[in-house]
Design a protein around this ligand. Structure first.
Ligand SMILES: Nc1ncnc2c1ncn2[C@@H]1O[C@H](COP(=O)(O)OP(=O)(O)OP(=O)(O)O)[C@@H](O)[C@H]1O
Length: 231
């Protein structure tokens, strides 16, 4: 589904990403881990064409994301709060996205029902602007927004960060449900090794922009990552 080939990102002399080759198949739950500055967000931003690679390319089912717009309706993402419209309430924001994705009111209602447990009665109908939400609740709005319109690929940067423990468990359940029900391909970057190893089929470890481990055996994942991070 996603093919990455000879991808390099350089800022002046500094090479911050250098991925020779990476293939992410449909419906894989792909985890990306690495220390601060390893290049995780840069990789996500290049896949979303928010940042242009210095060399190489990212293909989504053969479409070069930097040369063609046709992939955009198939991918949902939440990287940070800059992706939200902070002057709207969550209800207004979801309504705007409903129109963009040309969904019926019933479709949106059904979509938001999936997030009822995660929202914990803090998000919908509260007449609070997005800019005034707590960090965890902001994240919940962003994740729900990323998944509107049944995208085939969902990219989440640090989805567990700032969520309370029960919300973290609810989010894991939701991701696994969506993967089962709709064969969504998830790309998840995280510093939370427990969560990411629990839900991901495969974990790639980045160090200084390079892939140094590509793990897909559950038992080995935990052991190898704990050894690497000294946890
Ligand atoms: N616009 C930019 N100009 C110069 N360097 C940049 C720019 N954007 C990112 N970088 C550098 O690229 C490297 C990778 O950053 P990136 O944000 O991708 O790391 P990360 O793995 O997501 O880190 P973290 O875990 O801290 O979020 C860092 O050294 C960062 O300083």
């Amino acid at each position: 589904m996603i093919t990455i080939d000879q991808l390099k990102k350089q800022y002046k002399e500094a090479v911050v990403l250098d991925v020779e080759s990476l293939y992410i198949p449909k419906s894989e739950c792909f985890g990306l881990v690495g220390n601060n500055g390893a290049g995780k967000t840069t990789l996500f931003r290049i896949i979303l064409d928010l940042v242009r690679a210095t060399t190489g390319h990212v293909l989504l089912d053969g479409i070069d994301v930097s040369k063609n717009e046709n992939w955009k309706g198939r991918v949902g993402a939440y990287l940070d709060e800059h992706m939200l419209l902070s002057y709207l309430t969550p209800d207004e924001y979801f309504e705007a996205l409903r129109k963009i994705h040309q969904l019926s009111e019933e479709d949106l209602k059904l979509h938001l029902q999936k997030f009822e447990e995660l929202f914990n009665d803090e998000i919908i109908g509260k007449k609070k602007y997005i800019r005034d939400l707590s960090k965890g609740n902001l994240k919940k709005v962003g994740i729900a927004a990323a998944m509107i319109g049944n995208p085939e690929v969902v990219m989440l940067d640090e989805p567990f960060e700032n969520l309370d423990p029960s919300s973290q468990v609810r989010l894991k359940k939701l991701i696994l449900q969506e993967k089962e029900r709709s064969q969504v391909t998830f790309l998840i970057s995280s510093h939370d090794l427990n969560h990411v190893t629990e839900i991901c089929d495969r974990i790639v470890l980045l160090e200084k922009g390079k892939i140094i481990k590509d793990l897909n055996e559950k038992s080995k994942m935990v052991e190898e990552l704990n050894t690497y991070f000294g946890t």
